[in-house]
Design a binder for this molecule. Structure first.
Ligand code: URP
Ligand code: ZN
Ligand code: ZN
Length: 464
């Protein structure tokens, strides 16, 4: 059999097992996995001493998102170029419904921005913001189109993104009928707005600066909304996915919901695992403004436990890059910080060092959290998230011994700062392959705009 490429001598790590073998790639797919695969007239990638993983999947990015009075600066090209160099082969962004528009229009608009520009494969979550009967019916058409996840914001009233509880309740009912999943950004809007007003005074902002952002978003702002969303999922039998979980109490609530067999899953992000709210006290503390807020070291500990223990199923990044000039729009007012940070490129090496190498999660668990579970929950498995015969040859090869000190200067993001500046990282990707093509090598981008495609997704596989 002829292969387009053979990856030789690597140690293969999947969500199920770790083993040695050579991978033969043909027509963008994994064709054979065998020891000592003959490889005449074929490009050989020597993976001796390296770990061969299924491509990393980041299910939560916001590229060129109009938000907080500006537009996030990693667009579909630079954001996915950064993804490729970070070993990420699939991202999921969001198609946000315009008021009085439809979900289909939102998806087509977003696709017209992304197609031809993306360097890795991608999909979209459909985001209803104007809940109506026709939108409820439209969900089925969107599923047939290949989008099996919807996302609703329980906050962002003034931005016009919020879904009220009745909308969330009905969407969850529909999710049970269609076998699809509703993601939620869970924060309690009433208490959040109340606390924001409390700290939004000249006196408070002079005294606390960017730390007002943390003071106005304590743990219970998230935990209350998590609890409420879980109640609606339990009442309706719906399928719920909590995005960017940031606090330990929410992890407890999630745990007890799982004990009651509620079909709820959740992700957290590297910034909730590695940064805490003391960062707001730094001179440039406003740069770290994101929602939900960075919490406390005890929250970080509980989130790591939940990743290891199985309550949390996915690590995503919520990449939403604003540069220092955009962040400066805050001008001393914490309510004007553009919310979000870069992250897709540093996901894997940060989690490898601070999770696996630090002994908080196993190597195999990391692959589950960064690839297999995202693929299953988002309806892409085993096309993605696996090293099975017939799977897309999306493969990330890392050097488990390589250490690096992160700096935005060496990254592909369009950002002029990094929340992880000066952080140690480990296991930077040596090669990233997308459907068999090398799209990044040792931090250098080798793909092109349009190397990636829109991926049609099926119903989520909840068996993780
Ligand atoms: O602050 C954040 N996370 N910005 C992006 C929008 C969101 O809520 O995910
Ligand atoms: Zn959010
Ligand atoms: Zn987000």
């Amino acid at each position: 059999m002829h292969f387009d490429k053979v990856i030789k001598n690597g140690r293969l790590v999947t969500g199920e097992r770790i083993f040695s073998g050579d991978i033969g790639i043909a027509d963008g797919k994994i064709a054979v996995i065998e020891d000592n695969l003959p490889a005449e007239d074929t490009k050989i990638i020597d993976a001796k001493g390296l770990l061969v993983l299924p491509g990393i999947i980041d299910v939560h990015v916001h590229l060129q998102l109009p938000f907080c009075g500006t537009v996030s600066v990693d667009d579909f090209f630079t954001g996915t170029r950064a993804a490729a160099c970070g070993g990420v082969t699939t991202v999921i962004d969001f198609a946000i419904q315009n008021k009085s528009g439809t979900l289909y229009e939102a998806v087509e608009n977003r696709r017209s921005e992304a197609d031809g520009k993306v360097c890795v494969d991608y999909s979209l979550h459909a985001v209803p913001t104007d809940w109506r009967d026709d939108i409820r019916h439209e969900m089925k058409e969107i599923v047939d189109y290949g989008i099996s996840t919807f996302k609703m914001f329980m906050v962002y009233r003034s931005e016009g993104l919020i879904s009220e509880d009745d909308a969330l309740f009905e969407a969850l009912e529909e999710s049970a009928k269609l076998g699809v999943m509703i993601g939620v950004h869970a924060e309690s809007v009433t208490i959040l707005e109340f606390l924001t007003d409390r700290y939004h005074t000249d006196e408070m902002m002079r005294k606390y600066g960017a730390y007002c952002h943390a003071l106005s978003r304590p743990w219970y702002v998230e935990a209350e909304a998590v609890s409420r969303a879980i109640n609606w999922a339990e009442a309706t039998g719906g399928n719920l996915y909590i995005v960017h979980m940031s606090d330990g109490r929410s992890a407890e609530i999630l745990n007890s919901a799982k004990d009651r067999q509620v079909n709820v899953f959740a992700e957290t992000c590297p910034h909730y695992l590695l940064l805490d709210d003391e960062f707001f006290k730094l001179k440039d503390g406003h740069l770290y403004g994101t929602c939900p807020q960075l919490k406390k070291p005890e929250d970080q500990r509980r989130l790591w436990q939940a990743l290891a223990g199985g309550e949390l199923s996915v690590i995503s990044t919520d990449t939403c890059t604003f540069n220092t000039e955009q962040k400066a729009m805050w001008n001393g007012d914490f309510t004007k910080i553009p919310f979000g940070m870069p992250g897709v490129e540093t996901l894997l090496p940060l989690i490898y060092l601070h999770g696996v190498e630090a002994g908080k999660i196993s190597l195999q668990r990391m692959v589950q959290l960064l690839s297999t579970n995202p693929a299953k929950l988002m309806g892409m498995y085993p096309q993605k998230g696996s090293l099975m015969l017939g799977s897309d040859a999306d493969i990330t090869i890392i050097d488990p011994e390589s250490r690096t000190t992160l700096s935005y200067k060496n990254l592909q993001t369009n950002s002029d700062w990094s929340p992880y500046e000066g952080f140690e990282a480990m296991g930077m990707p040596v090669y990233t392959l997308l459907r068999g093509e090398i799209i990044a090598e040792n931090g250098e981008f080798k793909g092109k705009a349009g190397s990636g495609s829109f991926i049609k997704r099926s119903a989520p596989d909840f068996n993780i």
